[in-house]
Design a protein around this ligand. Structure first.
Ligand SMILES: Nc1ncnc2c1ncn2[C@@H]1O[C@H](COP(=O)(O)OP(=O)(O)OP(=O)(O)O)[C@@H](O)[C@H]1O
Ligand SMILES: [Mg+2]
Length: 399
């Protein structure tokens, strides 16, 4: 698509140390992180990062501790200046912003949710959430009104006058989220925002974020070192290793075609049945029958690989037609219109369904399951062998 990326990073390098510029030639010649540190005392934070983050997507950045995740997103709002490279946000080169513009940019364009909540301890929950608006100069009644609404949205109605220390970790993180949302910034940067939470609360927060995102369509950059979290939230995932981007793509691409051994090590223990949706493994919908008469339906059926097909009319998927049934009916009158009595019920699955949830149905029937979207349109077919292929072999190499 020709649409311009909201965040675009081009050939970004970051070296930490006294004289970064003096070691760049070594970096360009390919010196590794360890080598550079040993020889020059400089730390290679990022090397040649190129990526595009589109409007409205949740872009996950993943990697082990020290791989450069925080360094990377801190470039987005220029908490860190690059050693080399370009950072464009909505077409604007953030390095070109003057002090005042940068201030505006940080206040209005992006907000950040931190791992350790980062709430102001001596301010109430309401004041914490409305803080960003106060900085923007929004009047008290307005900002308190907005903050109250966001607190309600994240499930904290009634806690407005409490102090952060009176809240659980999960609740504090909700305050952090409400605070980030309250400024109405287009971009949310979330650096390990859920990592401090216990698994159950964490999973609730993930659900909440997904639910919010369905309504708000923000652009969210989400850092995690947890692959399950990355797969659950990410529209795209980028994987960093020692400051380099080793792979980026859709979750299923990463899962099914890990680019390197490092990525493979990340994905090998993933429960694919839980991580993949029907859509990512189904086959195209070839067994489609759209005929008006029994005779025409039989003609179409004969071209299909199986002795059944999915009957689809203007209202979408209707059910399954069996060759045997059609042949019997054709003996009476092949010119007759296809009628409902010939169509058998076969429940469809949704393209968005998690594979795990459809395993029983898939194994329970001798047919491929029709995959039908919300509008009733036939999108694909799911067979047992589709399942076996992705679930059976977890050590598959990149193709
Ligand atoms: N201010 C700094 N000065 C020197 N080196 C730094 C600085 N900030 C980061 N680094 C180095 O850059 C590398 C990447 O660090 P970064 O904090 O981005 O990692 P991370 O992927 O966010 O790790 P974690 O998962 O532990 O948060 C590390 O080797 C780190 O030592
Ligand atoms: Mg970090």
């Amino acid at each position: 698509m020709a649409e311009q990326a909201l965040i675009e990073i081009c050939e970004l390098y970051k070296v930490f140390g006294k004289y970064p510029a003096s070691v760049m030639s070594q970096v360009h010649e390919g010196a590794g992180k360890d080598e550079l540190l040993a020889e020059t005392g400089h730390t290679l934070g990022l090397r040649d990062i190129n990526l595009k983050i589109n409007r409205g997507e949740i872009f996950v950045i993943m990697g082990l501790s020290g791989s450069g995740k925080s360094t990377l997103i801190r470039h987005f709002n220029r908490l860190i200046d690059p050693t080399e490279g370009k950072i464009l946000v909505d077409g604007v080169d953030v390095m070109e912003l003057n002090k005042k513009e940068l201030e505006q940019f940080r206040r209005h364009k992006m907000s950040m949710v931190f791992q350790r909540f980062g709430l102001l301890p001596h301010k109430t929950v309401l004041e914490n959430v409305s803080y960003g608006l106060a900085v923007q100069g929004v009047k008290k009644p307005v900002r308190h009104q907005k903050a109250t609404e966001w607190l309600e949205t994240v499930g904290l109605k009634g806690y407005e006058q409490q102090y952060p220390s009176q809240l659980s970790g999960g609740q504090q993180q909700r305050v952090g989220l409400a605070r980030a949302l309250c400024t109405d910034a287009e971009i949310l940067l979330m650096d390990e925002a859920f990592s401090a939470l216990d698994p159950l609360i964490r999973s609730e927060m993930q659900d909440q974020l997904i639910e919010l995102q369905d309504k708000l369509h923000k652009t969210i950059v989400f850092i995690t070192h947890d692959l399950d979290e990355a797969l659950r939230l990410g529209d795209k995932i980028a994987i960093l290793k020692d400051g380099e981007l080793v792979q980026q793509g859709k979750p299923e691409e990463i899962l099914l075609n890990p680019a390197t051994e490092y990525v493979e090590a990340f994905v090998k223990d993933v429960n694919r049945a839980r991580a993949l949706t029907v859509e990512t493994v189904m086959n195209p919908p070839i067994s489609r029958i759209t005929a008006n008469t029994i005779g025409e339906a039989l003609e179409q059926m004969k071209k299909l690989p199986e002795d059944y097909g999915y009957y689809v009319n203007e209202d979408g998927y209707q059910g399954i037609l069996l060759q045997e049934t059609l042949e019997q009916a054709a003996e009476d009158n092949a010119e007759a219109a296809l009628n409902e009595t010939l169509i058998e019920e076969l429940e469809a699955v949704s393209p968005d369904a998690i594979l795990e949830s459809v395993i029983p149905e898939t194994l329970d029937t001798e047919y491929h399951l029709p995959v039908v979207d919300e509008e009733g349109s036939l999108q694909g077919e799911l067979s047992r062998s589709n399942l076996a292929e992705v679930l059976g072999d977890s050590s598959r190499q990149a193709a």
